[in-house]
Design a protein around this ligand. Structure first.
Ligand SMILES: Cc1ncc(COP(=O)(O)O)c(C=O)c1O
Length: 350
């Protein structure tokens, strides 16, 4: 039996297990690159001291061309959702779904019942500003969105801003999009009511280190920081952030983003050929796809050694949805062969 909070706290890592090929977790690389591992190993020498975010804050401010006062380092992007939920008494929070469930969980943990502003499959989950209630004083949206992989235009997100409202844009996967054209990171520091959350855990294979940050106007940053435990972001995460935003990081994410376009294109075509209906134009390192037998297919794939992410734990999606990580084409081909076999078996037993 699963209640809604159990479903909301379900993540891709719950689906992986010994001996399974992982197509469930949405981290873009399996290990941190070697230059980053070296930086982390060197940083171990300094962990006797309490962490000081100043160097990392300067690196983030330089990368996004904003004032250091517009930056807050966080213990992964996930911590930022809790800080947002706590930062003031919200009257009418809204979460644009389907999306990553932690923002909704953070609000629910404080007793809120946010409005679930639903984007629809028939529009391929494109942003429709009409779904956001006019009364909402907090709107949380992902861009690109997990699990739909949909990249919203930044004009559409800007149009959600209005006096008395805070719009939080989760850009955890934005650094993998070409030129970050739809990012609002560069303008968050100077725009009242706009909060941008970034993660370094996906593109650099750092989910276990927990490195993220928030960009917003200085008064908003102060409101968030007031709820953050002291020393929340550890020294290794701060060194990782500083290093990832330097030249090695730029080279790495350009390469990963370059491979991603080919990988997602290959995955999309392979899923279609296997009879699934993928959401087009994926911008993240994963593809969301629909099939009437998705639940049985996911179970059958586990028995064949492959883990894919169930879709039904995301508000707005049912058991006919799966999210599949965009791994290398060779790996995808083995997965899709297994899918085809499983689907033909399921068809034969219908
Ligand atoms: C859209 C989205 N935002 C944020 C996060 C959390 O990022 P972090 O690992 O930096 O806490 C995830 C993790 O899966 C995610 O999918």
């Amino acid at each position: 039996v699963t209640d809604s909070s159990t479903l909301l706290s379900h993540h891709g890592d719950d689906e992986v297990g010994p001996g399974l090929s992982d197509f469930a977790v949405n981290v873009a690389v399996p290990t941190p690159p070697s230059w980053l591992r070296s930086a982390l190993a060197e940083a171990l020498a300094d962990v006797a001291a309490y962490p000081d975010p100043q160097v990392a804050v300067t690196a983030v401010a330089t990368a996004h061309r904003c004032e250091p006062a517009s930056v807050l380092m966080t213990n992964g992007a996930a911590e930022a959702f809790t800080l947002v939920a706590r930062s003031r008494r919200w009257r009418a929070p809204a979460v644009v779904h389907p999306q990553f469930t932690e923002p909704e969980s953070a609000l629910r943990a404080l007793g809120y019942s946010p409005t679930q502003a639903m984007l629809l499959p028939r529009n391929h989950f494109r942003l429709d500003p009409e779904v956001v209630p006019a009364s909402a004083d907090l709107v949380i949206i992902g861009n690109p969105t997990n699990p739909t992989s949909r990249l919203h235009g930044r004009d559409g997100i800007r149009a959600l801003l209005r006096p008395g409202r805070v719009v939080v844009v989760d850009e955890a996967f934005m650094d993998l999009t070409p030129g970050e054209r739809e990012s609002l990171a560069g303008e968050a520091g100077g725009t009242r009511g706009l909060v941008v959350i970034r993660s370094l855990t996906k593109t650099y294979g750092l989910a276990g280190v927990r490195a993220g940050y928030v960009l917003a106007a200085p008064e908003e940053i102060r409101a968030l920081a007031a709820h953050q435990p002291h020393w929340s972001v550890n020294h290794l995460a701060l060194v990782a952030a500083t290093t990832c935003l330097g030249p090695d990081g730029v080279r790495h994410r350009t390469r990963v983003a370059g491979n991603l376009t080919g990988n997602t294109g290959h995955l999309l075509a392979a899923l279609r050929a296997a009879g699934l209906e993928p959401v087009p134009d994926p911008a993240g390192p994963f593809v969301l796809a629909r099939h009437p037998a998705a639940a049985a297919l996911r179970q059958g794939l586990r028995e064949r050694g492959f883990a894919v992410r169930r879709g039904d734990t995301f508000p707005g999606l049912g058991p006919d949805w799966l999210r599949v990580a965009a791994r290398e084409p060779v790996a995808v081909d083995s997965l899709v062969r297994a899918m085809t076999q499983e689907l033909s078996m399921l068809g034969a037993h219908r």
